[in-house]
Design a protein around this ligand. Structure first.
Ligand code: MOS
Length: 754
């Protein structure tokens, strides 16, 4: 047996360092190339015409008028477009959504593409699309959570049971409880609104297809497109080096992007299609609205005796995705009786999908508000209440946590924030300007996921290295953090390691979603680098001429481009010397990542955190500002503290957005989103962003995956939204149970009459 034992790799020269973004210079100079920045020779522009009704059929389109416009090259409409060998309605995985690519004249949601105009210029295509002047046969739209009959969905999220429970009977426990809280919370439909819209630049060469297209999951996209267009996946090259955000909506392959590829097929020329902002409110996913009823019971000491979490949500009429909002109650608080359930209605909307902490974000604002209401009912400080109900094992499964440093998060966050000075009663604090001040707390939780991925490494005879993985950078810092892991796993300085990612011809980098990309790509990269080092070590330890001869792989340490003996670090050899003597120009390593089924059976794996929020509310006008957020998070190993902090800040800002800003306002007559633009669909701008602090709480997790990484992308949202809702209550004494919390919902403020 060749000695493939892992070589001891000295971490820390790169992993754990707060490096700045290695793609930062490209970005600040505007030279990072996003999909829409590509302009191949002879390229045409495609523009969508979107439906202005949400249910019915397209009865007429003035194709002749569009075609007559100067510069218009072609128009695709239902019944007149390239045939797709694959079925756009095929549902072969929970990640594959039914798409609308002109397969018929039916309309099932507002802004559904009903035609595509292709022209020499963007202006001509845009004007051509306007000239189509669609006529409709409209039917009454089913809108909102009261728009249809509820039913129990077959599953929620990805394959989770809609109903779950553990322990005793919740109804009995509630009846016997000393304190009870029953309250219903609503969250609105939200749209991802990544800064970069969904875009594609498509070029066909015979049956080969090259795409510049932002994707959170290139391998899945290739598979889907191969089926749709009837070509082998290896004929497709996707380049997705940078995404201007994705938030879940670029995980699947969207209908508009497929239409761009069809337009290139139709015209025989490269085509660019960039979805206009308003058309992103329909065919590219959203977060469904929820109505959540929490029923909590406690004993006289404020210990939970029952938790019941019911969710009503919505999906489209033609596909399945059900927001799993109750999962947050599966994780957070210990209770002898726990029950969660989901129902849904089918309405005339595009299909919802994964969006920024799907389930946990919407669920936690409800649960954390209810827990706060219960703390008040029990006369307890909200932090004390949470500590009294701290889950030592995962409530829904009874499994131990692979690690859980939530107590430290509470303690360090509270200390930094100054929580101890908080009066228990609301409306007790004012600032120098007379604004009401409130402090609130929210617990953060998100599962630690990992997906399957592969990576390839090289050590070359000149002493440099290479790491290749088809990973994707949505802005989270993958270009830097994976490179750091690559450097350490190869035992090389980061500048001595070439790093390639962002295209689909590299080894499958899995999915950039579910906060699992670093665990996924990091473990694959680490395995590949370690494999190359192990092979190199064998070359040396089996060669009598090497000072490492006889040490065996386990007796060798890799660092700084050298292998040295563990028992005498002065004896060793450089990578270059080993390879030059042995002959090959390079040595290759391969590695992969995958979920450890055994560990998943034994342990519950989640990241945790505690977020402390300060808000100030104008007592006369009700204007709300979040002024300060302190989050303390424990998420396993930190690869790059600077980037991790930045991820937490991003999550916390999205939490501000959830609590105070975001809402798609639906026209109840037409089913159209009325604010399908960034002027009226509010997300935080700089002036809305409070003082932010993120505390990185150490957590060593030996079970979650080899590198001990839990993921940091989404957890910041989950604690923050509830913390702000609770702070608004503490400032005003008014409990708003409907997100976003806006000034009109505080109109009952007593000061108005004072
Ligand atoms: Mo995330 S919602 O998994 O991109």
């Amino acid at each position: 047996m060749p000695d493939q034992a892992p070589v001891h790799i000295r971490h820390g020269s790169s992993i754990g360092q707060p490096l700045t973004r290695r793609d930062g210079h490209l970005k600040v100079t505007g030279s990072a190339r996003y999909a829409a920045d590509n302009h191949p020779d002879g390229m045409l522009y495609a523009v969508l015409a979107g439906s202005s009704i949400s249910r019915g059929r397209v009865a007429s389109l003035d194709v002749a008028a569009a075609k007559a416009h100067p510069g218009v090259v072609d128009v695709m409409v239902p019944g007149d477009h390239p045939e797709l060998p694959g079925d756009p309605e095929l549902k072969d995985s929970p990640f594959s959504f039914r798409i609308d690519v002109l397969q018929n004249d039916g309309v099932r949601y507002a802004n559904q593409p009903v035609a595509v105009v292709i022209a020499e210029t963007l202006e001509a295509a845009t004007e051509g699309a306007a000239l189509l002047a669609p006529g409709y046969e409209a039917e009454t739209a089913r809108v909102g959570l009261d728009g249809a009959e509820p039913f129990v969905p077959p599953s929620v999220g990805v394959g989770r049971e809609p109903d779950a429970g553990r322990g005793g009977d919740v109804a009995e426990a509630l009846a016997a409880a000393r304190h009870r809280v029953e309250a219903t919370y609503e969250t609105p439909a939200q749209y991802h609104n990544a800064m970069e819209p969904h875009a594609v630049v498509a070029q066909w060469d015979g049956d080969r297809l090259t795409l510049d297209m932002p994707s959170q999951a290139m391998t899945m996209a290739k598979a889907r497109l191969a089926t749709l267009f009837g070509i082998p996946p290896e004929n497709i090259l996707i380049r997705s080096p940078f995404l201007g955000g994705g938030f879940g909506s670029k995980a699947g392959t969207s209908g508009p992007q497929v239409l761009g590829i069809m337009a290139a097929r139709r015209t025989g020329r490269p085509v660019k299609l960039v979805v206009r902002r308003e058309h992103m409110f329909g065919p590219v996913g959203h977060r469904a609205p929820t109505r959540q009823t929490l029923r909590l019971g406690t004993d006289a000491e404020g210990r939970l005796t029952a938790v019941d979490h019911h969710v009503l949500t919505a999906s489209s009429t033609y596909d399945d995705f059900f927001e799993p909002s109750a999962s947050t109650s599966h994780t957070l608080y210990a209770t002898p009786a726990l029950h969660t359930s989901h129902e849904a209605v089918r309405i005339d909307t595009g299909t919802p999908t994964f969006m920024r902490a799907p389930g946990e974000a919407s669920g936690s604002i409800a649960l954390e508000s209810a827990v706060d209401e219960m703390a008040e009912a029990c006369g307890l400080d909200p932090l004390e209440f949470r500590l009294r109900n701290y889950a030592e094992v995962e409530p829904i499964s009874g499994k131990p946590f692979s690690s859980k440093a939530l107590r430290e998060c509470y303690a360090r966050g509270a200390e930094r924030f100054g929580w101890a000075a908080r009066p228990r009663e609301p409306r007790r604090m004012r600032d120098a300007d007379g604004l009401l001040v409130g402090w609130g707390l929210g617990t953060a939780t998100f599962p630690a996921l990992i997906f399957a991925a592969n990576a390839r490494a090289e050590i070359r005879a000149d002493g440099t290295g290479l790491l290749e993985i088809g990973a994707m950078d949505m802005g989270q810092g993958a270009w830097t953090a994976i490179h750091q892991v690559a450097a350490d796993s190869l035992g090389l300085d980061i500048d001595a390691v070439a790093f390639r990612m962002g295209t689909s011809d590299l080894p499958d980098g899995g999915i950039a979603g579910g906060s699992g990309h670093m665990a996924t790509t990091g473990n694959a990269a680490h395995a590949a680098g370690s494999d190359a080092v192990a092979k190199l070590a064998r070359l040396a330890t089996e060669d009598q001429r090497s000072p490492l001869f006889g040490a065996g792989n386990a007796g060798v340490v890799a660092r700084d481009g050298r292998l040295v003996r563990r028992d005498d670090e002065s004896r060793g050899e450089s990578y270059a010397a080993i390879l030059t003597r042995a002959g090959p120009a390079a040595i290759e390593g391969e590695g992969s990542a995958a979920a450890d089924q055994n560990a998943q059976k034994q342990y519950a794996m989640h990241a945790h955190g505690a977020v402390f929020a300060e808000v100030k509310v104008d007592p006369d006008l009700g204007q709300i500002r979040c002024t300060r957020l302190v989050g303390a998070f424990a998420a396993g190993r930190v690869i790059n503290p600077r980037l991790v902090r930045s991820q937490y800040y991003g999550g916390m800002i999205w939490g501000v957005s959830f609590a105070l800003h975001e809402e798609a306002v639906m026209d109840l007559r037409s089913g159209r989103p009325m604010n399908a633009n960034l002027g009226e669909y509010h997300v935080p701008v700089n002036a809305d962003v409070p003082s932010l602090e993120a505390i990185l709480v150490e957590e060593d997790d030996a079970h979650v995956n080899a590198l001990g990484i839990k993921g940091v992308g989404e957890i910041g949202i989950t604690g923050t939204a509830g913390a702000i809702a609770n702070a608004v209550w503490h400032a005003t004494g008014i409990r708003v149970r409907e997100a976003p919390i806006r000034l009109d919902k505080l109109l009952a403020l007593p000061d108005a009459a004072e």
